[in-house]
Design a protein around this ligand. Structure first.
Ligand code: PAY
Ligand code: ZN
Length: 314
């Protein structure tokens, strides 16, 4: 019996609890899951990805991260649920997970910004809960932190990011100046065989693809749009939650230095960004009783995309 059964998936947990959940999950599925340390944060916390693999050497792989923005708690919580779901589906031989994992590896990073996440838990809540950025020191002693999703080496410093350390979307002094971004980029680059890159944010209910930096269509725009549209149908089928599909530029706003643009420009064709629930009623403070339904519908979209990636090697 999986020991994560007693874990409360319908609650928000702190970093320590999520990290111990990961250890429990790995211990319960030693033949499928391992914990990969990809580096340490600015404040020297470990950064982990869960690796789901049935063997092989550097198989084609799927990257999923959550929590690059600290306050987007439903993304971390959904990733926790999804990790457990992948493990359970594999163990119970529930399609399509076993067949996906017979061809590809999945790397899931539940907390991409551990320092920011820890900060967002400090009380009093009104001062910390809405923290978005990392926690590194900047040129302005009053304004720490860099927006990690503006710090990737993709049109870095172009329009759609702030050069002011006090800005919520401060890009940082140079591309990959943030150790968290560098760790992720280095890991993906040195692995060399990622075929899909997916990042979980909140909120707005959007399923997006590149580009963020400009309104120009990505070369694969028609296919990405089609995949996202089909994935969105799967998502909708669960609770009729309405998402919009489109490029980041066209659905939200221009953003430079974003992770999906970086992944796409490095040849990872199937790059998608999710904005999970809701559309603003609760925003970042989504009630915990919506975690499992959010995770469950998101899973249907992720599962569709993973299967599609398996079926469309390149
Ligand atoms: O990669 O999803 C992306 C780019 C767009 C997001 C961003 O990095 O700014 C959009 C915002 C986010 O999830 O961080 C949207 C939320 C509601 C916000 O903070 O404005
Ligand atoms: Zn975000």
């Amino acid at each position: 019996e999986r020991k994560t059964k007693s874990f409360n998936f319908a609650a928000y947990h702190d970093l320590e609890t999520i990290y111990s959940f990961m250890d429990t999950l790995v211990a319960s599925h030693p033949n499928l899951i391992s914990k990969v340390k990809i580096g340490s944060t600015y404040e020297n916390r470990p950064m982990y990805a869960l690796k789901f693999s049935t063997g092989g050497e550097k198989r084609p792989a799927i990257w999923i991260d959550a929590g690059i923005h600290a306050r987007e708690w439903v993304s971390h919580a959904s990733a926790v649920w999804i990790a457990d779901r992948i493990a359970t589906d594999f163990k119970q031989n529930r399609a399509p997970v076993p067949s996906i994992l017979s061809q590809m590896d999945i790397f899931l990073m539940i907390v991409a910004n551990p320092d920011g996440y820890v900060f967002s838990h400090i009380s009093p809540r009104e001062f910390h809960r809405l923290w978005r950025k990392s926690r590194s020191v900047t040129s302005n002693p009053n304004c720490p932190g860099v927006d990690l999703n503006r710090n990737f080496d993709a049109e870095f410093s172009g329009p759609g990011a702030s050069d002011d350390p006090c800005g919520e979307d401060y890009r940082g002094p140079s591309a990959q100046s943030e150790i968290e971004v560098k760790n992720i980029a280095d890991f993906i680059t040195s692995h060399g065989n990622f075929k899909s890159f997916m990042t979980l944010h909140a909120y707005s209910q959007l399923l997006m693809y590149p580009y963020a930096y400009s309104g120009t269509n990505a070369p694969d725009q028609p296919e990405l749009h089609d995949v996202a549209t089909q994935a969105n149908k799967e998502l909708y089928s669960w609770h009729s939650t309405i998402y919009k599909v489109g490029s980041i530029f066209h659905t939200i706003e221009q953003a430079s230095g974003a992770s999906v643009d970086w992944a796409y420009q490095r040849g990872i064709k199937y790059s998608f960004a999710f904005e999970l629930r809701d559309t603003g009623k609760y925003g970042f403070l989504l009630p915990a009783d919506q975690i499992v339904s959010t995770a469950r519908e998101t899973w249907l979209a992720l599962r569709y995309i993973m299967q599609y990636v398996c079926d469309h090697p390149y």
